[in-house]
Design a protein around this ligand. Structure first.
Ligand SMILES: Cc1ncc(C[n+]2csc(CCOP(=O)(O)OP(=O)(O)O)c2C)c(N)n1
Ligand SMILES: [Mg+2]
Length: 866
């Protein structure tokens, strides 16, 4: 083991360094030293761990500001909150076993309380705080002391059905006036907050949002949570974009659910190196004040050496096993370190506090984050999981604790000096602050000074009415040339972007696919947002569609990063609630890399009441020819259907697409409904007919309309998206057999099914409702339904279709081939529609004839299992 004591050689070098600073100044020394070290690195003379940040506080005690708050009052408030959070969970588990977490908030209480008392801005354009999901009991407990949550609410923690309950975790869907950000799915808080900060700068640079350097985004999460790829996947963007409005507070209590996060090394050291390399301002918040004197007396460097040569598994033990153990196994690692504590009792050693539990250290760390310009800050806070809960503190199972022994409770009461009679622990009750108490006044006053209570979600009512209908109406006439629905969409969004009233609120977002979708024309016209503008002459500057980056660019080009692009979309789609600024984001991507890639974010978007459009382009299992198994989407609508407030559509014709976007804007930004819209777009060109005369938008929006009605129809053909064209063709082929078809354009099997489910539920509750789907298909008639998606997509409405109902679809993996071959293979082309229609009508002989005439290959393998 290397001896920590400084050698004479080192002393000489250090003297030389001091002299250099004295005679040449700091700036020159820095330059010289950097060059010197670069050379040393090049010669392989520098150890890899040289760049490790030492395991000591980034802010030394001499650099600290005094604590600005009332120490005693804050301590009492904090301890009351700790107790109330604990009791909330214990009560929910006394009889009902409803779960909840105690140890996480115990470790994070000081981190939050310093924020609430001194930093988190409330009011309009408040700071955005991403609370760690399972620390919610502590956040509720604070709101309770503030008077914003009642005893009944706390008693109903995790009991929401009968009203007046509190949701387990932060869910804006369930508590829309309180929670803003759904965080409990680990990793989503970090990535969503990074893109929130990115979007905030974007809105500021476009002049849509007031530029306020003091408005911060705080992201609180656990050290275990940092193992999620989403947590760190975008940290380089935050540094590259100089997101100094972003502060990560990582609660390094060294434990996750099952055990240590990094038993054999140190999570803080690891995270510090990674964030530093990514360009963040890293603030180590490791040791509390009680270590200050020890560190000041550590003239030999022995204590620092011990600190840097102890791993997290050991640090966890020190907090679980107490002072005597710590003396022996920590300080005992070096005789000089042991000497430092020879006059201290075991209790005093046990009480040596960690930085994340010391308000003074936390305050100074936050202050330095506030003052950091041009860089995001990460605060690595060293804490103890289950802090203060007697034998359960730092216990490997502490995460799961929901019930405590009497002894644990007594320890807690003693540790936090609570005014509770330890003999009466059968009937647990919350601690309150009298309205006239100095603590209550202080609590409220601190929040008033900062602008108001948090958390608070205060959505603004949007009124982004599109007055100019010509954007949409131009698609009601027959198209002059062949176009794909993707081209239709690009024309429509370009037109909307130019709208004098709402154009500036429209934001196209792409993950490096703009050229694929023919959107490169937008580059020049509207510009690509770049925090730093364009510092170079682009290669294609002389071309019409040159790659134009600009500080006030409209388009968000997020690179090959669907999770990031989706997070940017969420930030914009919830801007009406978090910035008082309704925005209309259109995120367009390869449909296969949408829901199935980032479905958890799509779920969070539903929870967060996002409003905006998702466009799954190059969709359909058979329309994307050539690409094959990984690219051909035959199920994104089924995934979309799992999100209750996502409305999804598969339009075929341009006027359908235009109507869906028009009504979607009206639904979200005029009627203020918390829905978001998913539309699939195709890349096959064809002519679009004139919009039928009597067609109502409401029919398109409810999911179906009768495109072609014949007198005394024999069969109904229901077709979604592009397959509508095959159904039209099939109806012609059926006429050869004297079979007349009614053709329905199904814009959304999903919406039809939802309407059916809603009416069924109402009927069960004696309301006598009839759904739209039931009304459409009440006549008994053979019906063939077809889509480019799995059969299940059309199957959803079986219950409400009267008569024989046959569903065609594209079950199975895709593969590369031409569109025609794929449609034949998946049995959804016009031949298969007509053939199945004849069978559905019971015309078996005609079906055989049809099969021969049109050379339908049967007896082939099922595409589902091939
Ligand atoms: C994506 C995801 N996976 C798993 C969980 C379940 N889970 C909840 S808390 C937790 C442990 C969290 O550890 P850490 O991030 O260190 O937070 P701490 O409680 O220690 O502060 C786990 C695994 C989850 N909520 N989300
Ligand atoms: Mg942890």
């Amino acid at each position: 083991m290397k001896d920590p004591i400084y050698s004479q050689d080192l002393e000489d070098w250090l003297d030389a360094l001091e002299n250099l600073i004295l005679f040449n100044g700091k700036a020159n020394t820095k330059e010289l030293l950097s060059d010197f070290i670069s050379h040393a690195v090049n010669k392989g003379l520098i150890d890899d761990n040289f760049f490790e940040i030492p395991f000591i506080n980034s802010i030394s005690s001499s650099e600290e500001d005094a604590y600005p708050g009332n120490w005693e009052i804050e301590e009492k408030i904090r301890h009351y909150i700790r107790w109330n959070a604990l009791v909330t969970v214990l009560k929910a588990n006394q009889v009902l076993d409803l779960g909840g977490h105690i140890s996480t908030y115990s470790s994070a209480a000081t981190l939050y309380e310093v924020g609430f008392n001194h930093f988190f801005k409330g009011g309009n354009l408040a700071d955005m705080v991403y609370f760690q999901g399972h620390s919610s009991p502590g956040i509720y407990a604070r709101s309770f002391l503030e008077g914003n949550i009642s005893t009944k609410h706390l008693d109903n923690f995790r009991q929401e059905i009968n009203g007046d309950g509190l949701s387990s975790y932060p869910h804006p869907w369930l508590m829309p006036n309180y929670w803003q950000f759904p965080t409990v799915s680990m990793g989503l808080g970090p990535i969503m907050s990074i893109y929130q900060a990115h979007v905030m700068k974007y809105l500021e640079q476009r002049g849509l949002l007031e530029n306020n350097p003091n408005r911060k985004i705080w992201m609180f999460c656990g050290d275990g949570e940092m193992d999620e790829p989403e947590s760190m996947g975008s940290i380089s963007l935050a540094a590259r974009e100089k997101l100094d409005n972003l502060i990560f507070v990582i609660n390094c209590n060294l434990q996750r659910l099952d055990g240590p996060v990094r038993g054999n090394s140190r999570i803080i050291t690891e995270l510090g190196a990674i964030f530093k390399a990514a360009g963040w301002n890293v603030v180590n918040l490791i040791w509390g004040r009680k270590w200050d004197d020890l560190l000041a007396n550590d003239s030999t460097g022995a204590l620092k050496w011990v600190m840097n040569n102890t791993v997290d598994g050991e640090y966890q033990n020190f907090k679980a096993k107490g002072g005597a153990y710590t003396r022996k196994h920590f300080f005992g690692k070096h005789p000089e370190a042991l000497k430092l504590v020879e006059d201290m009792s075991d209790d005093e050693i046990e009480n040596l506090n960690r930085g994340g539990h010391d308000p003074l250290k936390v305050f100074n760390a936050y202050k330095s984050a506030y003052e950091c310009i041009d860089r995001p800050t990460v605060i690595l806070a060293f804490t103890v999981k289950g802090y203060g809960i007697g034998s359960r503190q730092a216990d490997n199972t502490t995460h799961q604790v929901k019930k405590l022994t009497e002894e644990n409770l007594k320890d807690f009461i003693k540790n936090f000096n609570l005014p509770i009679d330890s003999k009466k622990l059968n009937n647990l009750d919350y601690l309150k602050l009298g309205k006239n108490s100095k603590e209550y006044k202080y609590l409220v006053n601190q929040r008033e000074k900062l602008g108001g209570f948090l958390p608070r979600r205060a959505p603004t009512k949007a009124s982004l009415k599109v007055h100019d209908n010509s954007h949409f109406d131009e698609f009601n006439t027959e198209s002059k040339r062949e176009m794909s629905t993707t081209m239709v969409f690009v024309r429509l969004i370009t037109s909307l972007l130019r709208d004098k009233k709402i154009g500036k609120y429209i934001v196209p977002i792409v993950p490096d696919e703009a050229r694929t979708f023919g959107m490169d024309g937008l580059f020049r016209q509207f510009g690509i947002y770049s925090r730093e503008g364009q510092k170079y002459q682009p290669e294609d500057a002389d071309k019409v569609m040159w790659y134009r980056e600009s500080k006030d660019g409209v388009m968000l080009e997020e690179g090959i990063n669907e999770a990031g692009a989706f997070s940017a979309w969420i930030a914009l789609a919830t801007s009406y609630a978090n910035n008082f600024l309704p925005m209309v984001p259109f995120y367009i991507y390869y449909s296969m890399f949408g829901f199935q890639r980032v479905h958890d974010l799509a779920w969070a978007a539903g929870d967060a009441r996002a409003r905006g459009f998702l466009l799954g382009a190059t969709s359909g299992r058979t329309t994307l020819n050539g690409e094959g198994l990984q690219h051909q989407d035959g199920h994104s609508h089924l995934l979309a259907q799992t999100i209750p407030n996502c409305k999804s559509y598969d339009p075929c014709f341009d006027y359908e697409l235009a109507a869906i976007i028009k009504n979607g804007i009206d639904d979200m930004y005029v009627k203020n409904n918390d829905n978001y819209y998913y539309l699939t777009l195709m890349n096959e060109n064809y002519k679009h007919p004139k919009r039928p005369k009597n067609l109502k938008d409401s029919e398109i929006m409810q999911g179906a309309y009768l495109l072609k009605q014949v007198n005394k129809a024999d069969v109904r053909l229901l077709a979604s998206g592009l397959t509508l064209r095959f159904a039209i063709e099939a109806s012609k082929k059926l006429l050869e057999f004297g079979i007349k078809s009614n053709i329905w354009s199904i814009t959304s099997f999903n919406e039809l099914a939802r309407g059916g489910v809603i009416a069924d539920q109402e009927n069960m509750n004696e309301k006598n409702s009839k759904s739209y789907v039931e009304n459409c298909f009440k006549d008994e008639m053979p019906t063939v339904a077809v889509s480019e998606y799995q059969k299940l997509y059309a199957e959803q409405i079986r219950k409400w279709v009267s008569g024989n109902y046959v569903c065609l679809g594209t079950d199975g993996f895709g593969r590369s081939d031409t569109r025609e071959k794929l449609r034949e293979f998946f049995e959804i082309d016009s031949n298969h529609i007509a053939y199945n229609a004849l069978l559905a009508c019971g015309l078996n002989k005609e079906a055989q004839k049809f099969k021969t005439k049109h050379k339908i290959k049967l007896n082939k393998d099922n595409p589902y299992i091939r």
